[in-house]
Design a protein. Structure first.
Length: 121
């Protein structure tokens, strides 16, 4: 019984990690500028690797493997956002253009007028 639950948990972790990896790759292809690409790839890749490493830790059930998996997850959680921020900042400072399809101040369709005016005070 416990083995069956463990196998289902492993399958769920591997499938969900693979899904987030796929969405990160798809985000690199579909997003229009570097800033949106950094956002999708950073978040998606971190979730992908984290879920897959948790699955590895559960699969092997060894203290050494679990410690390495936890260390790798912590390393990813600390370094991926910093790296994404540094790349986006370098792109901004070198004048890489943003996608001009939408700006922060443009009204969005389907939203009430009071939502658009909250940040203007």
């Amino acid at each position: 019984m416990i083995q069956a639950i463990l196998e289902w948990a492993l399958a769920l972790l591997i499938i969900s990690g693979s899904f987030f990896g796929f969405t990160a790759a798809l985000g690199l292809v579909r997003m229009r500028d570097i800033y949106l690409r950094m956002s999708t790839s950073g978040k998606g890749a971190t979730l992908c690797c984290g879920l897959l490493l948790i699955g590895v830790a559960l699969l092997f059930q060894d203290t050494g493997v679990t410690a390495r998996a936890v260390a790798a997850i912590l390393f990813l959680l600390l370094t991926v956002p910093v790296g994404a921020h540094m790349i986006a900042r370098a792109a901004f400072r070198t004048g890489t253009p943003m996608w001009d399809g939408e700006s922060l101040n443009s009204p969005r369709k389907g939203l009430p007028n009071d939502i658009d005016k909250r940040g203007s005070d």
